[in-house]
Design a protein around this ligand. Structure first.
Ligand code: BGC
Length: 383
């Protein structure tokens, strides 16, 4: 509590200071300076999302937009095409058109320092959305999931798929040894490191006692990383790994994948050398993240083994609630004030929980909650 009080004071102090400095960023209506006294329809919220190549970010953007619109605010929602200059320019534009609040899902967590400087100078609070913006003192709040725990869940689902654990966490019947390969996300995304750390620390005891082996020897995050989380990059790396470490007949049993798009690239590579096509027919266990509809359908068909469900509706709602607090001149409620050090400050955060999706709980987790319909799961296409 005391710690949060100090952090909150720090942020408020910062806002007060930058308000005193009175240096507008050349903005139309002066940005966030007086949002507290404005009618909602006069308040503009800039929402910057990284890409539309993955359906989760489209859903995130639209859910944040509709939550804010329902609350009466004007919203400028932009997607940056996974291109850093595009995102920087979109945020610059939001600041100059007088945004009162920014909600940002960054492409590269370290690339937005000058935009955040400008936002602070115009007294615009900044909420880092899902991915932490690093190396800036001007990140006011962070809404995300418990990213380390997501990594733990990814590794756990791999262990369950291999039969070393049961879904309830008890020890499974399998003994191994098993051969696995490891994939990580984009190194410029702070989350990729949390996912990796959670996963590797979960797998470490099995790697140490020889139950699990990585035949390629590629066990560093730098070797396993996938720039910009690109599916084709993961497919290519998997093809290369198969050629380098498995063409002598070595069997591959499982692949740690931190995102469904990568998982589908990996599965394509595995099937391309004649494995599977399903797990029952010898396809290695492949994990995932995001419960993308194409992957949920593959899980339903017994091709991909698992994914991690992060309910983006809840994250969007949390971003809206936190944003409303700033606009009312208050501090948003944090439930973690220790974990997310962005290199310059510990950013007060609100973390949400995630769940492992297996074939047998698609219905209870995803269909019953209205995230996907049974028809979408059957077709693999969002309607
Ligand atoms: C998100 C994941 C997502 C990945 C790729 C990460 O920052 O937390 O949910 O799978 O980016 O888009």
């Amino acid at each position: 509590m005391r710690k949060y009080g100090l952090v909150a004071l720090g942020t408020a102090g910062l806002l007060a200071l930058s308000a005193c400095a009175g240096e507008g960023a050349g903005s139309g209506d002066g940005g966030g300076d007086d949002a507290g006294s404005q009618a909602p329809e006069d308040i503009l919220v800039g929402v910057s999302m990284p890409t539309q190549t993955s359906e989760r970010w489209i859903a995130d953007g639209e859910a944040v937009e509709s939550g804010l619109t329902d609350a009466g605010y004007e919203v400028d929602l932009q997607f940056a095409n996974d291109d850093i200059p595009t995102q920087s320019q979109q945020i610059d534009q939001m600041i100059t058109t007088g945004a009162d609040l920014l909600i940002i899902g960054a492409i590269d967590g370290t690339a937005l320092s000058s935009q955040l400087e400008a936002a602070a100078a115009a007294n615009i609070p900044v909420i880092s959305y899902d991915r932490l913006i690093r190396d800036s003192e001007h990140v006011d709040f962070y809404v995300t999931f418990d990213n380390y725990q997501v990594g733990v869940q990814q590794a756990t689902s791999l262990l369950v798929g291999l039969g070393l654990l049961n879904e309830d966490g008890s020890e499974g019947d399998a003994e191994g040894p098993f051969n696995i390969e490891l994939f990580a996300g984009s190194l410029d995304d702070n989350n990729a490191h949390f996912f990796w750390d959670g996963a590797i620390e979960t797998l470490q005891p099995y790697l140490d006692d020889g139950t699990l082996t990585v035949p390629s020897g590629q066990t560093d995050i730098e070797q396993a990383a996938t720039l910009r989380w690109q599916q084709e990059t993961a497919q290519k790396r998997m093809e290369d790994l198969l050629t380098a470490a498995y063409s002598d007949g070595t069997e591959l049993h499982g692949v740690l994948s931190p995102y469904d798009g990568l998982s589908r690239g990996i599965i394509t590579a595995l099937q391309g050398v004649g494995m599977g096509p399903s797990i029952d027919e010898g396809l290695p266990i492949v994990t995932g993240q995001d419960a993308e509809i194409a992957s949920v359908a593959l899980i339903d068909q017994g091709v991909q083994f698992a994914t991690i469900f992060k309910d983006t509706r809840k994250l969007a709602e949390q971003a809206v609630v936190s944003g409303e607090a700033f606009l009312a001149g208050e501090e948003p409620e944090a439930n973690d004030t220790e974990t997310y050090d962005n290199g310059v400050q510990i950013v007060p955060s609100y973390l949400l929980d995630s769940d492992i999706v297996y074939a047998d709980n698609i219905e209870s987790l995803l269909i019953d909650s209205g995230y996907w319909t049974a028809d979408e799961v059957a077709s693999g296409v969002a309607e």
